[in-house]
Design a binder for this molecule. Structure first.
Ligand code: ZN
Length: 255
């Protein structure tokens, strides 16, 4: 260990203005002849200047000096370790300020992203609401018993019973419109069947009874999704419905 390495600890205390007595005069005598220690002292003063600019918290309390001195005394007597610990202590407030600034920027960006997302969701929500209200209107009209239902056919033809199924397998959505259906016998009802493409047994979709004009609707019955249909059919069943169709088939149609 060269002579000036022994003064490294004292340099820090000297820079703080707390080195006293014979230690102080010994260090001053060494500084007069050691350029390396003078440079180190300049660095320490520089660090403290940064500390003064960067400190945004409250001023150190009256115990700060005592705590600093005891912390220095407890450090292992290795110059580099001491120096690094010292520098860290000096720069901690600036590091805290930088971290605070970075956190502020990150939070600001997150906040901006969240506000954009919220605006998009509000626009999407308004569109969903409009679509929902339109769907309600359509279903309300279809299910109104007092709505006028007219089936247009060739002018010289006799009206025939007719069913129209509008089906979307992806969502399991189905609307069925019946017109010109004959009245059913007591305790009986028409039942609509879905014939799967897979060849599986017909699936009961819903039961319905025509009104005085022969019209009826089956709206959005509970159906599983992705059920491919090759055809639809209508039979007459007990009014509680059946699990398998009773012959004969009254109407049938497929794509
Ligand atoms: Zn020296």
């Amino acid at each position: 260990m060269t002579a000036h390495e022994e003064f490294a600890d004292d340099l820090a205390l000297y820079a703080l203005g707390v080195l006293e007595g014979s230690d102080r005069s010994a260090l001053q005598a060494h500084l007069a002849q050691c350029a390396a220690c003078r440079r180190e002292l300049q660095h320490l003063f520089g660090d403290m200047g940064l500390l003064g600019l960067a400190t945004i918290g409250p001023a150190p309390g009256p115990d700060a000096r005592a705590r600093l001195l005891s912390a220095l005394a407890e450090e292992p007597r290795v110059r580099m370790a001491r120096k690094q610990a010292w520098r860290w202590w000096l720069l901690a407030p600036m590091a805290a300020a930088i971290v605070l600034a970075l956190v502020s920027i990150v939070l600001w960006r997150q906040n901006r992203a969240l506000r954009q997302e919220l605006a998009q969701q509000q626009a999407q929500s308004a569109q969903n609401q409009a679509e929902f209200e339109r769907a309600i209107e359509v279903l309300a009209l279809l299910s109104r018993p007092d709505a006028m239902r007219v089936t247009l056919i060739a002018t010289n033809a006799k009206p025939q019973p007719q069913g129209k199924a509008i089906y979307r397998p992806q969502t399991g959505s189905l609307v069925f419109l019946a017109s010109n259906f004959a009245p059913v016998p007591p305790k009986k009802a028409y039942e609509l069947w879905l014939l799967p493409t897979s060849g599986a047994a017909p699936i009961p979709v819903g039961i319905f009874k025509p009104d005085a004009h022969g019209s009826a609707t089956v709206l959005m019955p509970p159906l599983q999704k992705d059920l491919q249909a090759k055809a639809f059919a209508v039979t007459i069943e007990p009014e509680t419905g059946s699990t398998t169709p009773t012959m004969p088939i009254i109407l049938a149609g497929g794509q």
